[in-house]
Design a protein around this ligand. Structure first.
Ligand code: GLY
Ligand code: MN
Ligand code: MN
Length: 447
């Protein structure tokens, strides 16, 4: 296992930045120490096997490596964070080694034994007047009262702060993008060479050099109608005949940070589906270009629905005005998910609905309950922009039963239904005066 190589000064600056965030958040919540367990994988029911371990993201933001099960951080305002590093003397599994960057950022105490680790931690916090536990409570037995476990006043501040990335985090997101794009290029080429969903999935894993259990989220590898299942989860071993379309939603990870990228292709360049996906691609680029500090993501969502209405009318799928398709919510049946979400240590990163750091919510508009991101954007935020147009049988049934049914060119729609749908998804970074698309230049450079 090779360790991730980080620029130590950038990493230290990141840890200093987030340590200061924790100090402020602890102060506001009235606690004087935070205990942050990485977590312990939970076994399947009556089994001795567990799913692949995913660390507590509050821990992962300090410690950007997955090999940290049972380790615990102690964060106290004014002190360097202290890492209680768990290194069991196991011969069943390879014990983790302490990465060189960890000693740059933390005081470290290494324990082979879990109980000894907990005892040392309990002794260290015995003088604290108010301890908060931030993470999975079952992995840290300090006998705390329930209101000391993940207190909202603390956690909402930490989650709010995660939207704005440090330079270290942006560097990891760039790496995660490169990982994903390498896979995407191989996947596209395997589709063009006649591969099945399974072949494409394997090509993605190989080219992005990721094991399946470490993917940021399960690959969506969808041929034909499967592209109309938003998180389609199977990998058919046989290629359909004919293959018409291919949607791939797949990402990469680096230092725990995720990329989240979708592309759609036609098997028949120049056909109507290809034209439609090209037109949606152009609208997606236009929408990304609108991003700048202060823009409301809710406004972008509404703008994109108008753009989808425009495409449905201009491709003669709907025979009504663009405004009427938008106003009557007809677009909601073709584009049933939100335009995007925050991205970071989690694919659907936390805090997208926070109006402020106190955790008050900015709920999505009633019409768009699935929208995960309602904040005005600020420099340093990283999020996805992922419009779609899908031909989903159950939603088209709703359309057929609605007043708008008479405005639908059903024969045209039926020619597109076997293609399933289109989604185009890039990841963007808000800069001081605009936006940087993190995804597209990497495709251009690596292709
Ligand atoms: N891959 C999950 C999403 O795009 O939100
Ligand atoms: Mn996404
Ligand atoms: Mn995605």
């Amino acid at each position: 296992m090779t360790e991730p190589a980080f620029d130590h000064s950038e990493y230290l600056e990141h840890v200093n930045t987030i340590t200061a965030q924790w100090a402020r958040a602890l102060g506001a919540s009235g606690a004087d120490a935070a205990v942050v367990p990485a977590g312990i994988a939970q076994m399947y029911f009556q089994d001795d096997q567990a799913p692949t371990f995913h660390p507590n993201p509050h821990f992962a933001r300090f410690y950007p490596d997955d090999n940290c099960e049972h380790s615990i951080l102690l964060v106290r305002p004014g002190d360097r964070p202290k890492l209680y590093f768990h290194r069991p003397a196991s011969y069943w599994y390879q014990p983790p080694t302490l990465p060189d960057w960890a000693e740059v950022a933390f005081d470290v105490e290494t324990h082979a034994d879990d109980e000894q680790l907990m005892k040392a931690l309990a002794a260290a916090v015995s003088g604290c007047s108010r301890i908060a536990l931030v993470g999975p409570a079952e992995s840290c037995d300090l006998n705390l009262s329930p209101d000391a476990v993940n207190p909202k006043a603390l956690v909402s501040r930490l989650q709010f702060a995660r939207a704005k990335k440090t330079a270290f985090e942006v560097a990891r997101l760039r790496e995660a993008t490169e990982v994903g794009v390498r896979g995407h290029i191989a996947a596209r080429d395997t589709f063009r060479a006649g591969g099945s969903e399974f072949d494409i999935h394997m090509a993605y894993l190989g080219a992005s050099r990721q094991q399946e259990s470490k993917l940021p989220y399960p690959n969506v590898i969808a041929l034909n109608e499967h592209a109309g299942v938003l998180h389609y989860q199977h990998y058919d071993r046989a290629r359909p005949d004919p293959a018409r379309s291919f949607l791939i939603d797949a990402g990469g990870r680096s230092g725990g940070y995720h990329s989240d990228i979708t592309r759609t292709y036609s098997a028949n360049p120049g056909d109507e589906f290809d034209d439609l996906l090209g037109a949606l691609d152009a609208k997606q680029r236009d929408t990304v270009a609108q991003v700048e500090p202060g823009v409301s993501f809710v406004d972008l969502q509404m703008r994109m629905h108008r753009e989808v209405a425009d495409l449905l009318v201009s491709f003669d799928i709907l025979r009504c005005s663009v405004e009427s398709a938008y106003e009557r919510s007809v677009t909601d049946l073709f584009f049933p998910h939100g335009l995007g979400h925050l991205l970071g240590l989690q694919t659907h990163d936390v805090g997208g609905h926070f109006a402020n750091e106190d955790g008050e919510l900015a709920e999505p508009p009633e019409r768009f309950p699935k929208l995960r991101f309602t904040r005005a954007v600020e420099p340093g935020y990283v999020f996805t922009v992922e419009p779609g147009i899908y031909f989903i049988p159950s939603l088209l049934k709703d359309l057929a039963a609605s007043d708008a049914a008479r405005d639908v060119n059903w024969p045209k729609l039926e020619t597109l239904m076997p293609c399933g749908g289109i989604r185009i998804e890039d990841n963007v970074l808000v800069t001081s005066d605009g936006v940087e698309n993190l995804t597209r230049p990497v495709f251009e450079a690596l292709d």
